[in-house]
Design a protein around this ligand. Structure first.
Ligand code: BGC
Length: 476
């Protein structure tokens, strides 16, 4: 059964409480997406207040990512220490305060400072949302509910674009960018209120020997008092899991999975998606759209991102992960090729605006059915249980790190190479991504996590340096 059908049918089998928890936890994704998206429109006006060089624009954009790396690197440990619920509440509080801090920034230095602070909450949100979902969801709909986070990220980005539109160029006599950045306090409040009513993750309670509380939470989630077996299972598994640490990631048989996870993390970013998410209005503005038209065009990009993520949810368990990734990266390569061409061919200057917008939207559409959701799904599937948490954390930090580098270098790159060559460079990365996926990424559709782990062990035995195509070990 595919993810969408599973979600629809599962309602009968599982308590609605499971969905309530997942929906509230996924609001972490909304914050993540909002923060990523909001800077795009805000930049146009921040520039008018502080006069930014391309490098400074990159710093303002990417400072949030420095914080996010810190948040992602420490989020797992903090969640273990203080609990998922308390950490989410703390993250929402930081987000709330950070939104006011950014909006009131008197200088560019303060703005960058508050972006870093806000970023720590974004990094934490990227870890704790999926964690809370995966620990409370019944196994048969865990993947499906996990997709909610990516859907919420894209909805957060769209919300940010709409907010950018609503507050531009100014509102009540105050420049729009201050309102845009302040607005993050609204979803942060919703997340805090929702989380206040959430129970702690039963898994965390068990690990902290709070068995009676765990029982009562689990009975509510599972809609039955018969939860002793599950509690015993979680205890056993957590005992095994404790053995996994950073050094275990380098064991020879785990290395291929590590390469795939980190490789996809970097690929997702160097494919250039966030150059469009962050800079779409700036790019459209540069080629002749006025500020408002640029923001409206960007809202179109946001809508396509949400809709195609829904399409990915419908397809991922029908056609598989590999075909989506391959079609997606091939499509992205072509779209970036056309985008670059629009800038390079002088004869096209009259239609260049529309070609740019259309190829930008096409590019985001191909991303949204592939690298966007499938990367996060795969890193929750390909690692052995024992090291899954650590390995996902490592992939996340690489993802934020690559995001940071791209955000910081993209505008100076455009200044140096021009738009055309810069987009072709990103297209080159997408082509390499296609080759990497073709050669390395296994199909995990229809395989249980245990089977995937067994495949990994088997391929290590078949030959640690064999360059075998992954299907050969993953065929059913
Ligand atoms: C990525 C983000 C990106 C977003 C766009 C996410 O999966 O991690 O960096 O902005 O997709 O939809």
């Amino acid at each position: 059964m595919n993810i969408a059908d599973r979600l629809l049918n599962a309602e009968r089998e599982h308590s609605t409480f499971v969905y309530v928890i997942a929906a509230i936890a996924a609001l972490n994704g909304l914050l993540f997406g909002f923060d990523i998206g909001v800077i795009s429109g805000a930049l146009l006006y921040i520039d008018q207040t502080f006069t930014l060089s391309p490098f400074l624009e990159g710093v303002v954009t990417s400072s949030v990512l420095v914080g996010a790396m810190i948040g992602a690197a420490t989020g797992g440990k903090l969640a273990d220490r203080f609990g998922r619920r308390r950490l989410t509440l703390a993250g929402a509080a930081v987000f709330f305060v950070g939104s006011f801090g950014m909006a009131l920034s008197p200088t560019i230095e303060w703005l960058v400072f508050w972006r870093v602070v806000e970023g720590t909450a974004v990094g934490v949100a990227s870890i704790v949302g999926p964690l809370l979902i995966s620990e409370t969801a019944p196994s048969d709909i865990r993947g499906a509910l996990g997709f909610l986070q990516q859907l919420m990220i894209t909805i957060g980005i769209l919300l940010a674009y709409v907010v950018n539109y609503a507050f531009a160029p100014e509102f009540l006599g105050i420049t729009g960018w201050r309102w845009m950045l302040w607005f993050g306090a609204v979803p942060a409040t919703v997340l805090a209120i929702g989380t206040y009513f959430l129970p702690e993750s039963p898994r965390w309670l068990i690990e902290h020997d709070r068995i009676e509380e765990a029982k009562s939470v689990l009975s509510r989630i599972r809609d039955t008092d018969d939860v002793d077996d599950e509690i015993d299972n979680v205890r056993e598994v957590s005992e095994i899991e404790e053995k996994g640490g950073l050094s275990d990631l380098l064991e020879p048989w785990v290395r291929p999975a590590l390469v795939i996870g980190v490789g996809l993390a970097v690929i997702q970013q160097v494919s250039g998606i966030n150059t469009v998410i962050y800079y779409a209005p700036t790019i459209l503005n540069n080629i002749g759209f006025n500020e408002i038209a640029s923001i409206v065009g960007t809202v179109g990009v946001g809508v396509v991102n949400v809709l195609l993520t829904v399409v990915a949810i419908l397809l991922v368990d029908r056609v598989g992960r590999r075909p989506l990734l391959l079609v997606g990266t091939a499509g992205m390569t072509v779209m970036l090729g056309i985008l670059g061409l629009g800038f390079v061919l002088p004869g096209l200057s009259g239609v260049v605006g529309y070609v740019t917008l259309a190829s930008m939207i096409g590019y985001v559409a191909f991303y949204a059915i592939s690298l966007g959701p499938v990367f996060w799904l795969l890193i929750s599937e390909i690692y052995p249980l024992r090291i899954r948490g650590t390995a996902e954390g490592v992939a996340s930090v690489f993802n934020w790190g690559a995001n940071f580098l791209v955000a910081l270098t993209f505008l100076p790159l455009i200044n140096r190479l021009g738009e055309g060559l810069s987009f072709w460079l990103l297209g080159g990365f997408c082509l390499l991504a296609f080759v990497f996926i073709y050669a390395r990424v296994p199909e995990t559709m229809g395989r249980s996590l245990e089977e995937i782990e067994a495949d990994l062990r088997e391929s290590a035995i078949v030959g640690s340096d064999s360059e075998e195509r992954p299907e050969s070990v993953t065929n059913d």
